[in-house]
Design a protein around this ligand. Structure first.
Ligand code: KG4
Ligand code: ZN
Length: 341
């Protein structure tokens, strides 16, 4: 089976073709076209919804054509068309969803509305052999959640952020430090040369039960340090980046530990821990989770960085998983700017 996947929920326009493997686990990515809009939003320090929607319109049809061409298939060779129907910026979601519905209508193929978070949660099954149930840590610019993945379409949220998403915290702190958007990669790079112990930053929620996250207090603490410093030097910025990242790593580990406990109480033993979302590309977070999983006797599945951030292959794969189970959608499926798993 082959599925075309379309992603337009945030600031990446993406289209991809993914196929399954006869009688085997995992899938093959036949093409994966991603066009980032970062340059168009950079001057504003974040994603501007109106600019995002217009930019998706400008490039999506060409990107879909390229995804089909690079996969060496025609629309006739595709078994279903999937699009991320949310959660995300409504203008962008509308663009991708409408394109997918149009193609489905014109070709007579099934249409599948994919939850963007579900796509991040299922990516590990595209790249690796992983049985249900497992624990997924979804950390991106808009979301921070721990989810028990019990099956396709069967999720239980164990914890989520009560304020900022992890990527949002990275981006806001980067802005305070005078670094360009998106801040995560910048902070990771500068932190390598910084002293993670110089600033004593808070670790909200750490040591508490449950698996919820809170990151706004940490962000405010960085702001206060910046104000105290006045005009931070290059060294100050590196030390703040390192101290902030160290705090995030401690928070992640403690909260994931809470998630593993909740999971074990509710579902039994997870078959592994999966990370998804742009922040999942962060090296220190990945290494800390690798250690935690080794200690807990859990398998850690971390898809490559380009499949952690937004792309069409993860939408196509989630579509394929749904198609195999007969989950298709009607063409009047409405976009869902908010769509909790
Ligand atoms: O999943 P994603 O590509 O888009 C959303 O759905 O939000 O995630 C983007 C977020 C941004 O906030 C970005 O700063 C963060 O992921 N990010 C990182 C890293 N790379 C991207 N955060 C920390 N470390 C990184 N290496
Ligand atoms: Zn995402």
């Amino acid at each position: 089976m082959r599925v075309l996947g379309i992603e337009t929920t945030c600031d990446e326009t993406a289209a991809a073709v993914v196929s399954d493997r006869l009688g085997m686990d995992g899938g093959d990515i036949l093409s994966n076209e991603v066009l980032s809009q970062i340059a168009q939003h950079a001057a504003y320090g974040g994603v501007v919804p109106e600019i995002a929607a217009r930019a998706h319109i400008d490039v999506l049809d060409r990107l879909i054509a390229r995804a089909l061409a690079n996969a060496r298939v025609d629309l006739a060779d595709i078994d279903a068309i999937a699009a991320a129907a949310g959660p995300g910026l409504i203008g962008g979601v509308l663009v991708g969803l409408t394109a997918a519905k149009g193609l489905a209508l014109a070709s007579g193929k099934p249409f599948i509305a994919v939850n963007h978070l579900e796509a991040h949660a299922l990516t590990a099954r595209l790249t690796d052999h992983l049985d249900f149930p497992y624990l997924a840590l979804l950390v991106s610019g808009g979301h921070t959640q721990l989810v028990a993945v019990r099956g396709v379409g069967d999720y239980r949220r164990l914890g989520s952020t009560v304020d900022d998403a992890a990527g949002e915290a990275f981006d806001k702190v980067a802005k305070m430090l005078g670094l360009p958007y998106p801040g995560g990669p910048q902070i990771e790079k500068l932190a390598q040369e910084g002293d993670p112990h110089r600033f004593d930053l808070p670790r909200p929620m750490v040591g508490r039960g449950g698996a919820d996250f809170s990151l706004s207090g940490l962000k405010t603490a960085v702001r206060l340090e910046v104000l105290k410093l006045g005009a931070p030097s290059e060294k100050d910025v590196k030390d703040l980046a390192a101290s902030f990242q160290a705090a995030i790593v401690d928070i992640m580990i403690d909260r994931v530990r809470g998630g593993i406990k909740l999971f074990t109480e509710g579902e039994g033993r997870p078959s592994g821990l999966v990370i998804g979302g742009g922040v999942g590309a962060n090296g220190p977070i990945r290494r800390a989770l690798t250690r935690l999983c080794a200690e807990s006797g859990l398998r850690f599945v971390s898809p490559p960085g380009n499949l952690c951030s937004d792309n069409g292959a993860i939408i196509a794969w989630a579509g394929l998983e749904r198609l195999k189970r007969g989950f298709t959608d009607d063409l009047d499926f409405a976009p869902r700017p908010r769509w909790p798993l």
